[in-house]
Design a protein around this ligand. Structure first.
Ligand code: NAI
Ligand code: 15L
Length: 263
């Protein structure tokens, strides 16, 4: 790979990607809607709105891999979600189509299935049950990725990320946590594997409380090494919900209780 594009590079995962994925290509092109500061030696820095089709065309030109982390990552107004997660994703896939179909790591979310109970088995054949407009927008992204695969052979990994933070900080994250190390290893596999196709991957570490299985994507050779288990005592001491709390009952946790977004 000669040039890797990282969108959302100013965000939580984008900062991890910027720092830890530089070995994947001699040049990183990093972008965000907000200022990213000065470029490092191996970087091209571009400030752009994903909702701007011309800007996204220019961003993707010359890239042979894309880690797509940009967009709205929480429940917010529909207009913001429309720009970042719907128009933005469509712009990205159109730009990829125009520029040689670089492989795409698409940051999807567990919130596409947020309304399942935590004791309900969920697999890749389970209907989506998004828990907010944010989750609905990630369903759109998944469907679009799949559509471009079926239609023009665009390869993408649709990664339903659980909770990718420094460490698990609540009861639910003991199931959903994805460590930064495992995230980095997954991105590496997505760009290393000879044939990717368009798999859906649960972005979750090796937590014994995890609800989801990645048996269907063993061919990726991704073996998450970290686990939330070691944090259980700390979480129990600080933040242990009652059994009827959304954090303990539903896969989407507190997002399921967010007010309905109306604008
Ligand atoms: P974040 O909110 O920290 O970063 C997202 C970045 O996208 C921000 O820097 C923001 O400025 C940028 N952005 C927003 N709208 C934009 C637009 N219209 N044009 C260009 N850039 C725009 O989110 P985080 O945690 O880094 O997540 C990265 C991706 O992974 C997001 O797509 C999120 O939905 C997804 N994800 C993250 C999870 C996590 O636990 N961190 C869990 C599930 C999914
Ligand atoms: C997500 O999709 C969000 O982007 C992140 O902020 C967390 O809420 C995460 O899911 C989670 O479910 O913990």
């Amino acid at each position: 790979m000669k040039r890797l594009l990282i969108t959302g590079a100013a965000g939580g995962l984008g900062r991890v990607a910027r720092k830890r994925l530089a070995h994947l290509a001699p040049t990183l092109r990093i972008t965000d809607i907000v200022d990213l500061g000065p470029a490092n030696a191996n970087e091209e820095v571009v400030q752009a709105d994903l909702a701007d089709p011309k800007a996204v065309m220019d961003l993707v030109e010359g890239c042979d891999g894309i880690v797509h982390l940009g967009g709205i990552s929480t429940e917010q107004s529909f207009s913001k979600i429309l720009d970042g997660n719907i128009i933005g994703v469509r712009n990205l896939y159109e730009a990829a189509r125009a520029h040689g179909q670089p492989r795409i790591f698409f940051a999807g979310s567990n919130h596409v299935v947020g309304f399942y109970r935590q004791d309900e088995p969920v697999d890749l054949s389970s209907p989506v049950r998004p828990d907010g407009i944010y989750g609905v927008s990630k369903c759109f992204g998944e469907a679009l990725a799949r559509f471009y695969y079926e239609k023009v052979g665009q390869e993408s990994a649709i990664v339903r990320i659980g909770s990718c933070f420094e460490k698990p900080t609540d009861y639910r994250m003991l199931s959903t946590w994805l460590s930064y190390n495992d995230f980095v290893r997954l991105v590496e596999r997505v760009f290393d594997v000879p044939w990717l196709g368009c798999p859906t991957v649960w972005g979750v570490s090796n937590n014994s409380r995890a609800w989801w299985s990645n048996d269907a994507v063993r061919y990726l050779g991704w073996h998450p090494k970290d686990s939330a288990d070691g944090y259980e005592a700390e979480v129990r001491a600080n933040n242990w919900p009652s059994a009827d709390h959304p954090l303990a009952r539903l896969q989407g946790g507190n997002n399921t209780a967010d007010p309905l977004s109306r604008d």
